[in-house]
Ligand binder design. Structure first.
Ligand SMILES: [Fe+2]
Length: 386
């Protein structure tokens, strides 16, 4: 059976890659760029740097720096209007997953109109909007190479998963130097997100030889460097490995999908504003333990790729080490419990059934090796309180 693979048309990868931004714009035959970013990127001077590079190459640009973390449908309205009115022929998305996810929504809405909820799954959005050059500044979401965006519906708080070639950036610039000043907390959250992408892509029911190759390499890069970048953010080699690992993990899950962790994580983010990587981290050890029985060899291979076991070790030994390691990472990287994050049990219980509905509607749980029924999902959610 063949595997379907989608990738950006161009990628520029490595330290200093950002300097190639104008060349990529010109390769797209574009001349008027709307740079979608956030205020932190302006403060760090990255937005200025990109704009200077464009100006030096005689490319017109305007900066829109009001994207928000965990973007909502209404949060992209203003930029959609600017993109429509300004005659732009290219978007550059500069920032973490939220800036890139916002740009993906803007690229489609500015071109085709409508509301974001018109574009959520099960619809597959293969229409081509404005071309996007994605420049990630975290080693995490992989959004620079994926055909997904996640936008929250203001009315229902649902984190809508939107899928299709229309959300795949045309180009990606993967420059680890942009991650050197990331604070430890964001480094940890985004790094665990990337590890989750690699593991979920590898155990996904939609995995292929192509996604496996990328997922395993991502685990080999991320696992030994995650603690290092958290404790010592100036370690250049570790930052570079994390960036490459995160992009490879993005390629893996864009082509194999994520599974139960992401499916159950999005509603936690939507209802309690837990950052995406953190809600994944909270769920990853227990959902891995729950799922292993249906794919013990695959999970054991994850343990081997992460350097936790050798191929000669018994499968159950490798799997035990994997679950222990995922819990140990959370402890060392100070991932809070839901309670420590400030969520109350009563509030959680009042929405748990809706969270289960939304998780199932996203389709991600169906990719898991062990597909839970709603009661099992409820006990996995409640497990976050034990
Ligand atoms: Fe993710």
């Amino acid at each position: 059976m063949s595997a379907s693979v989608t990738l950006p048309r161009m990628m520029e990868i490595g330290g200093g890659a950002i300097a190639r931004t104008p060349d990529l714009v010109k390769n797209l035959n574009a001349s008027r760029v709307l740079l979608i970013t956030d205020k932190t990127m302006v403060q760090f001077g990255y937005a200025d740097k990109v704009q200077q590079l464009l100006t030096q190459a005689d490319i017109e640009s305007r900066v829109y720096a009001d994207t928000i973390p965990e973007p909502t449908a209404s949060s992209v309205d203003e930029a959609v209007q600017i993109a429509k009115d300004g005659g732009f022929d290219c978007l550059i998305a500069l920032g973490g997953g939220s800036a890139i996810d916002s740009a993906k929504a803007i690229a489609i809405l500015a071109h085709f109109g409508g509301k974001m909820r018109d574009y959520k799954v099960p619809r597959i959005v293969n229409e081509q909007g404005l071309p996007i050059i994605a420049i990630p500044t975290t080693a995490g979401t992989g959004s620079e190479v994926t055909k997904f965006t996640v936008i929250t519906d203001d009315a229902t708080d649902e984190k809508m998963l939107c899928v299709g070639l229309g959300f795949s950036p045309t180009a990606a610039i993967v420059d680890y130097e942009l991650t050197m000043s990331l604070p430890a907390r964001i480094t940890a959250d985004t790094g665990i997100d990337a590890l989750t992408h690699a593991i979920e892509a590898y155990v996904s029911r939609k995995a292929s030889a192509f996604s496996d190759f990328n997922a395993l390499e991502a685990m080999r890069l991320i696992a030994p460097n995650l603690r290092t970048v958290y404790h010592n953010g100036s370690d250049t080699n570790a930052r570079e490995a994390m960036m490459r690992g995160a992009t490879l993990a993005g390629i893996a899950f864009s082509n194999a999908s994520v599974a139960l962790v992401h499916g159950m994580s999005r509603p936690i983010g939507a209802f309690f504003h837990v950052p995406h990587g953190l809600s994944n981290a909270m769920l990853l050890p227990s959902i891995t333990a729950f799922s292993i029985q249906e794919a013990p060899e695959r999970y054991a291979q994850c343990a081997v790729a992460m350097g936790l076991a050798s191929a000669a070790d018994p499968i159950d030994v490798a799997n035990t080490r994997l679950v222990e390691e995922l819990a140990a990472i959370n402890q060392e990287l100070k991932v809070p419990t839901l309670e420590e994050f400030g969520v109350t049990r009563d509030n959680f219980e009042s929405v748990v059934d809706t969270m289960i509905e939304q998780a199932l509607a996203s389709g991600s749980p169906a990719n898991n090796p062990r597909v839970p029924d709603p009661e099992e999902m409820k006990s996995l959610y409640r497990g976050l309180w034990s």
